[in-house]
Design a protein. Structure first.
Length: 427
C-alpha cells in the first residue's frame, strides 16, 4: 500500500462507522452521511448506535479532513472530493411487498459520481443480489461522472459482516471477503482491507462471487432458524420442551446449535428476498428460501397466540389485560429497531384486546414512534402486569426482579429461552 490513500466512507450507520473508525487508525478517512443530526452527534464524540464506544471514537476524530490520519465526519460532498477510495455502506431494505429497494444505493452512487475522478476505486459493502454492483451501481457512476468503468475508475465489493451489539466479534476480528472489477483492482482492494483487518481477508475471483457469498450467508441462517422454529411449533403440540431437545441434540459434534426465535433486523430477515428476487428474474422460483421466510415471518403471530392460550389456562381475562413487553429492538443489547418482529407480536396481542406497555431502555422512543407509531418507555414501569413477555434479552432485563412487576396470578413468557425455570413458558 504505497499510494497516498484517502478513504471516504459513505453512510455512517451500524456498518459504516465501525469501518471508518478502524480505517482511521491508519489512514485519512472522511465519513459522509446525509443525516445532519447523526453527523453532529458523531462530531461531539458520541455514537448512539452503541457500536463504537465513545472513548474509542474520540481517539480517532479530527477537526479537519487534511490530517495525516483520523476520522472527519461531514455532510458536505466537497469534503470527500479529494478521496481516492469510496466505500459505500448504505442499507439495502425491502419495500412493503418484500421487493429489494435499491434507492439508497442509487442515491449514494449518484453522490459519489459527482466527485469521482480518474483512478478512483468505489467499493460497495451493502448486501445485494449478484450483479447489483456492476449492473446497477456502476452505470449510475458512469452517467453522473462521465467516466468510463475499468478505464477511468474501478469498483470493488467487500460485503459487510458486522454483527450489531456484538462487542467480541468486531469488524477487525471478522475475516473479510474482498473483490475487484479487475484482477489488479482486486489485489488493491484486498490489500487495503488486509492492512487493518487482523482476522485476514479472502480475495474472491469476481465481484459477483463476493455478492453471492454474502447473500447466502444470511439466507442459510434464515433457513436454519426457520427449521428450529418449525420444530418449536411441533414439539409444543407434543408437550415437549424444544430447548431441552436442542440441548440433547447438540451433544453430537456436527449438530448446528440454532435456536427458535423472531427473525428481524436489516440482514437475516431481508437478504433472502434479494436472492429470491434475482432467482425469479432468471426464471427459477426458490422454494426453500421463500418457505423459510414465510415461516419466520409468521412467528410474531404464533408467539402472541401462545401467550394468549397460556393466559386463558391461568384464568387471566384476556380482553383488557395489561401486558408488559420487554424489548422492541430486533436483537439484544442493541438499539436498532429496523425490521423488528416484536412489532408483529405487539400488533397481534393488541388485536386480542390486550393493553401492551413496551419497555426498552435502549430503543430511541422517537425512532419507534416514527417507524411503527408505537409508544415505548425507557424506564421500568411502577405498576404490575397480568402478563410479561421477554421479547429481547437485553442484559438489563436479565437483572430484573420480575416478582415486583407481576400480579399474583400473572404469566411470564420467555421468547428468548434465557430465563430458565422462573418463566412459565418459553418459545
Amino acid at each position: 500500500m504505497d499510494e497516498n490513500i484517502k478513504i471516504a466512507i459513505i453512510g455512517l450507520g451500524y456498518v459504516g462507522l465501525p469501518l471508518a473508525r478502524l480505517f482511521a487508525t491508519k489512514y485519512t478517512v472522511v465519513g459522509f452521511d446525509i443525516n445532519e443530526s447523526r453527523v453532529a452527534t458523531l462530531k461531539s464524540g458520541t455514537d448512539t448506535t452503541l457500536e463504537v464506544d465513545d472513548d474509542v471514537l474520540q481517539k480517532v476524530l479530527v477537526s479537519n479532513h487534511d490530517t495525516e490520519k483520523g476520522l472527519y465526519c461531514t455532510t458536505s460532498l466537497n469534503d470527500i472530493a479529494d478521496c481516492n477510495y469510496f466505500v459505500i455502506t448504505v442499507p439495502t431494505p425491502v419495500d412493503k411487498n418484500n421487493r429489494p429497494d435499491l434507492t439508497p444505493l442509487y442515491k449514494s452512487s449518484e453522490s459519489v459520481g459527482k466527485v469521482l475522478k480518474k483512478g478512483d476505486i468505489v467499493i460497495y459493502e451493502s448486501t445485494v443480489y449478484p450483479g447489483v454492483t456492476e449492473e446497477q451501481c456502476v452505470p449510475v457512476l458512469e452517467q453522473i461522472s462521465g467516466l468510463e468503468f475499468n478505464v477511468d475508475f474501478f469498483a470493488g465489493y467487500s460485503p459487510e459482516r458486522i454483527n450489531p451489539g456484538d462487542k467480541e466479534h468486531t469488524v477487525e476480528k471478522i475475516l473479510k471477503v474482498t473483490s475487484g472489477s479487475t484482477p489488479e483492482i482486486g489485489q488493491k482492494v484486498d490489500a487495503l482491507y488486509k492492512s487493518v483487518i487482523t482476522a485476514g481477508t479472502y480475495l474472491a475471483p469476481s465481484i459477483k462471487v463476493a455478492e453471492a457469498a454474502k447473500v447466502i450467508e444470511n439466507s442459510q441462517r434464515d433457513i436454519n432458524i426457520a427449521f428450529v422454529n418449525e420444530l418449536a411449533k411441533i414439539f409444543n403440540l407434543m408437550g415437549i420442551d424444544t430447548q431441552e431437545v436442542l440441548t440433547a441434540a447438540s451433544t453430537k459434534w456436527n449438530f448446528l446449535p440454532f435456536k427458535p426465535g423472531l427473525v428481524g433486523g436489516h440482514c437475516i430477515g431481508v437478504d433472502p428476498y434479494y436472492l429470491a428476487q434475482r432467482a425469479q428474474e432468471f426464471g427459477y422460483h426458490p422454494e426453500i428460501i421463500l418457505a423459510g421466510r414465510r415461516l419466520n415471518d409468521s412467528m410474531g403471530e404464533y408467539v402472541a397466540s401462545q401467550v394468549v392460550k397460556l393466559m386463558i389456562k391461568k384464568g387471566i381475562s384476556v380482553n383488557g389485560a395489561e401486558l408488559l413487553m420487554l424489548g422492541i429492538t430486533f436483537k439484544e443489547n442493541c438499539p436498532d429497531v429496523r425490521n423488528t418482529k416484536i412489532v408483529d407480536v405487539v400488533k397481534a396481542l393488541t388485536e386480542y384486546g390486550i393493553s401492551v406497555t413496551i419497555f426498552d431502555p435502549l430503543a430511541n422512543v422517537n425512532d419507534v414512534k416514527k417507524e411503527y407509531n408505537l409508544i415505548t418507555i425507557n424506564n421500568i414501569p411502577d405498576n404490575k402486569f397480568d402478563a410479561i413477555v421477554l421479547g429481547v434479552s437485553h442484559a438489563e432485563f436479565l437483572e430484573l426482579n420480575f416478582a415486583e412487576l407481576q400480579k399474583s396470578n400473572s404469566l411470564l413468557y420467555d421468547v428468548k429461552g434465557v430465563l430458565g425455570t422462573i418463566a412459565d413458558n418459553r418459545l
